[in-house]
Design a protein around this ligand. Sequence first.
Ligand code: NAG
Length: 336
Amino acid sequence: MVMKLPYLGSSLFLFLAQVCVVASGFEKGLPILSFDEGYNQLFGDDNIVLHRDGKAVHLTLNQRTGSGFVSQDLYLHGYFSASIKLPADYTAGVVVAFYMSNGDIFEKNHDEIDFEFLGNIRGKDWRIQTNVYGNGSTRVGREERYNLWFDPADDFHQYTILWTDSHIIFYVDNIPIRELKRTAAMGGNFPSKPMSLYATIWDGSDWATNGGKYRVNYKYAPYVAEFSELILHGCTVDPIEFSSKRCDKVQSPEQLTSLITSPQRSKMDRFRRKYMTYSYCYDQTRYKAPPPECVVNLLEVERLKKFDPVTFGGGRHHHGKRHKRSRANRFEADSI
Ligand SMILES: *[C@@H]1O[C@H](CO)[C@@H](O)[C@H](O)[C@H]1NC(C)=O
């Protein structure tokens, strides 16, 4: 891994930068880095190719290998975004991931914030999964899954992770689709150490599409995921002696309450009622009581119950341990 010198900007600059992010509604005026300015290749030999003056990247999966890239810097909090166009047609088993992690530095207690795109058989659209781990909390999956209101293989769409000291918000085309608020009860499960940004494409045949029923078919390769408008906007941190003090200054309560405006919140509610197909908060076969940060939204529960009464309740069945375990397996295998 290439270690970079710590960012030398003053905290005043960072404070102003963060205020600008909030005030601009996040999307406008943030610098779009060229690949060489912000990223390094992670793996995949020549399956990673730059386009358009180095501001667009194509990641390919073929029989030989997948591919991926990683930000040169580590960040503590910030706004991380990419326009992504996914491969079309038969993409079962293909996984495209756009995520933050520090798993290479903190092997036992890593943090992670994920967008995962799960390929599908021809005629069925990609699905998105989001997930969050903090301090190695991999026993507590916090997955949600959604369909989209468009075909993500047709055109570029913007996918964004906003990570602050107290909130994680996932956006699709600037519409918030998920908000995770830090609660005291979450303890270390809220990501709190500096992370790098990653983008990868890989063969997830064993689980990505109906639990491995539909595997990657290399007859349809190469699978190419296109990335552009890459935005890295956060507090860069030295990976060895990171101090979060400098980064903490960038948040004030007034800023946080305005993270999601009320029209945006209405859009988020509508999205979740219409397109969410799985939420760990309502999965009664996995968690007897929802993890502490979950806020029950009855409209969301109603829809999920209709969609899958065994997982989300609504039936009157009581399940024994054996059945529970098979349901947990089926979660991986979930078909939407
Ligand atoms: C994170 O994990 C480490 C190692 O397991 C532990 O020592 C530490 O207390 C944890 N931090 C928090 C905030 O829970």
